[in-house]
Design a protein around this ligand. Structure first.
Ligand code: BGC
Length: 277
């Protein structure tokens, strides 16, 4: 079978929803990056409607490409199982099914940080790293992906760990918190220092990657961190979610050579028990 050459990735975030058509060999966007604001309240039907307009725009370029969608929640068996920074209506929702019905197209539906981490391991800073990589995204919340020898362990939620007096550390150290509290880079870096030191102690990673929109300012805060583990900015910057969602969708179609990603696809397509954590 001919490998799939292109796929569409759509990255749903707390403030914006963005998508693009991706060349899967190079990991480059080959369409414009289409971006719309996330509807107020982030309710499922409203979000689906926006994704529909983005897909319609991108499908003009390529209407047979696999479609991957990533979302800021735990995703098991196509269901969204948490809702830290989105409407609580997503908890326990059969989201993949909802999107497929409304878009009239099969999709692959995964966690946003998992998509970003997967893209970094395929095309970016984690490519060829033969060990344990922890990808973190600093945005509205803190997202995380654990990748061991190119195999993604899905649904790590390391942004929600408690450290010292700080329960749910993303509420203390996300980029949104930095903006809202107008923290200086130095002050924010002190919060991040505690966070990454903790990850280092718990996981002994070989590489830590820092993504999210603020990674474009990495020079302002990464040099302030003192860790034993190498820590670098995401090579794919804020496109990592789009690229990873697209790439996982293509792997899910079974048309591309095995790289380990099919484990993630298999895991996320399994029927999972519904919980309302
Ligand atoms: C969510 C994660 C998500 C991260 C980044 C967290 O609040 O629990 O699932 O990956 O935000 O968007």
């Amino acid at each position: 079978m001919t490998p799939v050459a292109q796929a569409i990735g759509i990255d749903i975030g707390g403030t914006g929803i963005k998508g693009g058509l991706v060349d899967l060999d190079t990991g480059q966007l080959i369409s414009d990056r289409v971006k719309r604001p996330t509807p107020d309240g982030g309710e499922p039907d409203d979000v689906v409607a926006v994704v529909k307009t983005i897909l319609a725009e991108l499908s003009q370029a390529e209407d047979t490409a696999p479609v991957g969608v990533c979302f800021p929640a735990v995703v098991r068996g196509g269901r969204t199982m948490s809702a830290a920074n989105v409407s609580k209506k997503w908890i326990g929702l059969a989201a993949e099914q909802l999107f497929e019905k409304s878009l009239g197209h099969d999709i692959t539906f995964v966690n946003d940080a998992d998509a970003a981490g997967y893209a970094e391991s395929e095309y970016g800073a984690a490519k060829g790293v033969d060990g344990l990589v922890i990808m973190t995204t600093l945005g509205t919340g803190i997202g995380s992906a654990i990748i061991y020898r190119n195999l993604l362990v899905p649904n790590a939620e390391l942004g929600h760990i408690d450290i010292g007096p700080h329960r749910d550390y993303e509420k203390y150290a996300s980029n949104l918190v930095r903006e809202k509290k107008e923290l200086s880079w130095k002050h924010w870096a002190a919060r991040l220092q505690t966070y990454y030191e903790t990850l280092e102690r718990l996981f002994s990673p070989d590489l830590i990657i820092v993504g999210g929109g603020v990674s474009k300012n990495a020079d302002d805060f990464l040099p302030l961190l003192k860790l034993d583990t190498p820590i670098v900015a995401a090579a794919l910057r804020n496109n990592a979610g789009i690229l990873g969602a697209a790439s996982l969708a293509a792997h899910g179609s079974g048309d591309r050579p095995s790289t380990g990603a099919e484990h993630l696809v298999r895991a996320t397509n399994e029927t999972a028990p519904v919980t309302t954590a």
